[in-house]
Design a protein around this ligand. Sequence first.
Ligand code: 7TS
Length: 406
Amino acid sequence: MAFDIRKIRADFPILSQEVNGKPLVYFDNAATTQKPLAVIDAEAGVYKTINSNIHRGVHHLSNVCTEAFEDARKKVAGFINADSSDEIIFTRGTTESVNLLSFSFGETFLKEGDEVILTEMEHHSNIVPWQLLAQRRGVAIKVVPVTDNGELDMQVFGELLNEKTRLVAVAHISNVMGTINPVEEIIALAHAADVPVMIDGAQAIHHLPVDVQKLNSDFYVFSGHKMYAPTGVGVLYGKRKWLEMMKPYQGGGEMIDKVSFSGTTFNDLPYKFEAGTPNYAGVIGLGAAIDYLQEQGLEEIWAYEHELFEYAKEKMQTVPGMRFVGQTANHTSVISFLLGHSHPFDVGTLLDKLGFALRTGHHCAQPLMDRFQISGTVRASFAFYNTKEEVDRLVEALLRVGSMLS
Ligand code: 7TS
């Protein structure tokens, strides 16, 4: 299928508007992506036609809504090639998935003196839940450093792995630099030491093929809203053997088998981890996002994004004073930069006046900012509805902003 960018952009009504009197250029896709009509209509369609609480009813609407919800679970399982849809736990997003894992895995397997390995480039949501666990259970956190060019120091990773390590939790792609981490190698090394691995796929799930069985990752987490689906829905994939052993996270309806005051037994997977009424409209929207991506052609999307990213890197490099933060060969979708000695906030504010949506600041990765001794960056992040013309406009705008601020 030919990649028809005009047709694709027509699927995203939000893109065709003006901001500050200029056509909007949306380059904040790492924060959240825009939604195609197919997703908006699917979510609205739930409320228009089948809204009913799931799993509990004998009546028609409840059954139809439950079927649509479970159908979306199968689509997610297929999308990441999970062995079974029982291994797909729906959450509110990556953050809740990490909190679930740190709590349930921690309460089940970790004790004082055990170690968890993280990296210096993690998003706060893959740091703070582990720190809370560390405080609760006396667990130590070890951190893989980042090299000057923005890669993980794999030698130190090898040295940190030891008989006290219980889990490695690492981003697939850095939300600041776009570095694609060598997750296959990390998983192989960790498994050789009998240590399971959680991959934070928030920035990867929509930019790369993710096959959890091929990766052999024990856990893989991501958010719907970063992959063109509604906000408020996310996924924790876990291998059945771990999920079955893990204690529940939240208690409530749906996650139980039998409740009595003399003792409660829990439901089977995946429901054991899905207490309460879930965001079924969002989950059904996530299923629609997967359908939409597959209809456009994943290979075509990834090839287009790659070309756009390479184009942006090359063009942006020509702007005087341009300094990229993180320069690895193996990176994608995100470019963090500083412009001369200008404050990122000033650059972002002036770009906003020209119609550009870019993010500035620490990007919820303060340890990484400390590593590079900077307070923040300006970040451009791309999606398949962006165009080379938009990149050209950004470069022109950066030339203007650069001369205004110098
Ligand atoms: N992990 C990574 C790598 C992320 O980029 C983010 C969000 C999260 C976890 C948390 O995801 P959430 O959906 O639960 O919030 N990253 C960003 C960002 O870079 N700008 O805004 C949100």
